[in-house]
Every structure is written in C-alpha cells, then in structure tokens.
Design a protein around this ligand. Structure first.
Ligand SMILES: [Zn+2]
Ligand SMILES: [Zn+2]
Length: 235
C-alpha cells in the first residue's frame, strides 16, 4: 500500500509499505479521508519524535477486513476512529483527565492515517470506533475527533446562559469552540491576529472579535463586561 513517510520536517516520500495484517480481534480500514491536525505538525517539527514515521490520526474509512471475533462491524461499514485510548483505571483517568493517562499517550492507530490502510486494535474497536450513517457527509465526519475534544472541554466547565467565553486563537479548533459555545447558550469573544479568521469567527456567531495587533484586549473586554470573561479557552 502507499504511505506518506516523514523522514524529517523537510522530507516526505510517498512509498510502498506492507499492508497491516490483522488478528481475530482487529479490523483493517481503507482510508477515505484524513486531515492534518495541529498535533501532527508539532510531531513533524519536534526532533525528539522518532522518524521515519507515518503520521495522521483523523480517520474516515471503510471496513475492508474484519477479524473473526468482531461482531459490531461489518465489511463495507464507514467508520470514524480516534487514535488514543485511556486505560480508565489510573489516577488521571479516575479524575477525568484521560488525556494525561500514560496508556492514552502510548496507544495509536497503525501505522497512521496518512496511508491507504490502517489497522484498528481490539481496544480501538471497543472504545473509539463509530459507524457513520450511510447518507452522512464524509468530509464533515472528519470533524468527529477534533469536535469531540471541544465538546469535552465545554462539558467540563459549569456556566450559565449568557456567560462570556473568550476563545484565543480561531483556527479550526477555535472555530469549533465558537459554534459549540453559541449552541450551549454562551457569549463569545474571539481573539485572533488574522482578520480573515475574525470575519469567519463573526460569521460563525462570535459576539465580539478582538485583533490584538491593533486593539487592547483588556480594554475591549471591559467594554462588554466589568468582571472579565467567565471562561477562557486557548485552543
Ligand atoms: Zn488531532
Ligand atoms: Zn488511565
């Protein structure tokens, strides 16, 4: 199968590698769509991250091989899958901080989504793989994993209707936050250096936008509220 191998931050090659084999509790997924996450870029740039490697973890794919113990999925199902799995038992997991869990950090899809086929382990199938209804927009389905991170962050804070959130940085994750906060009844101040992104933030519902390159953040926020924002996200 073809895979995009990263040798270093300036060198990527499309190469042939072996298609992953699967065991009886695993599945093989043919990639339909994948996208580039900010964390992939960090791994590509970080000299400490082992290379050569296949990166990528945002997955929309089709089930093309099913281990004989798998009952929840069938050939041809279109699925999304997340890459890390918490252990649900450690100190961090028991305190709700699953992304701090060691097992979470160590688990991954194989070899990475920037290739034609990936293998999903028993744990991935059990905890992080979901069928997508047949009439779904599969490009939108790519947002399931990043959106899940944002939903989790909004679920973890207590707030009342009309409370004010600031979203500092309105890249993809910031834009998802703006929409979620509006859907949850909050008000949003979007803070961002790029004016095009700020117009998109307004389009998606931001109540106020601030560009710190020519506006004073504290002063602008004081125009709306005396006590500052209630919740700040810096995605
Ligand atoms: Zn990601
Ligand atoms: Zn854990």
């Amino acid at each position: 199968m073809k895979a995009l191998i990263c040798y270093n931050q300036n060198e990527f090659k499309l190469e042939e590698i072996d298609r992953p084999e699967i065991q009886k509790d695993e599945m093989l997924i043919e990639m339909i769509y994948t996208s580039l996450c900010g964390s992939d870029i960090i791994k590509i740039l970080d000299p400490e991250v082992k290379k050569p490697a296949v990166f990528g973890h945002e997955v929309v794919g089709r089930v093309v091989k099913v281990g004989k113990n798998i009952t929840r999925f069938n050939l041809g199902d279109v699925v999304v899958a997340a890459h890390h799995i918490p252990c649900y038992r450690c100190h961090y997991c028991l305190h709700g901080n699953h992304s701090m869990c060691r097992h979470f950090k160590e688990t991954n899809i194989y070899p990475g989504s920037f290739c034609q086929y990936i293998r999903l382990s028993k744990e991935h199938i059990r905890y992080t793989t979901f069928k997508i209804p047949p009439d779904s927009n599969l490009l939108e389905a790519l947002f399931v994993e990043p959106l899940a991170c944002c939903i989790r962050a909004v679920d973890r804070v207590t707030f009342r209707k009309d409370d004010i959130f600031s979203v500092v940085g309105t890249g993809v994750i910031g834009m998802l936050f703006i929409q979620l906060i509006k859907l949850s009844g909050g008000r949003v101040v979007a803070i961002e250096l790029d004016n095009d992104r700020l117009s998109m933030a307004r389009f998606l519902g931001a109540d106020c936008t601030i560009n710190p390159s020519n506006q004073n953040i504290a002063r602008e926020i004081k125009n709306i509220t005396d006590i500052g924002v209630d919740i700040a996200y810096s995605p």
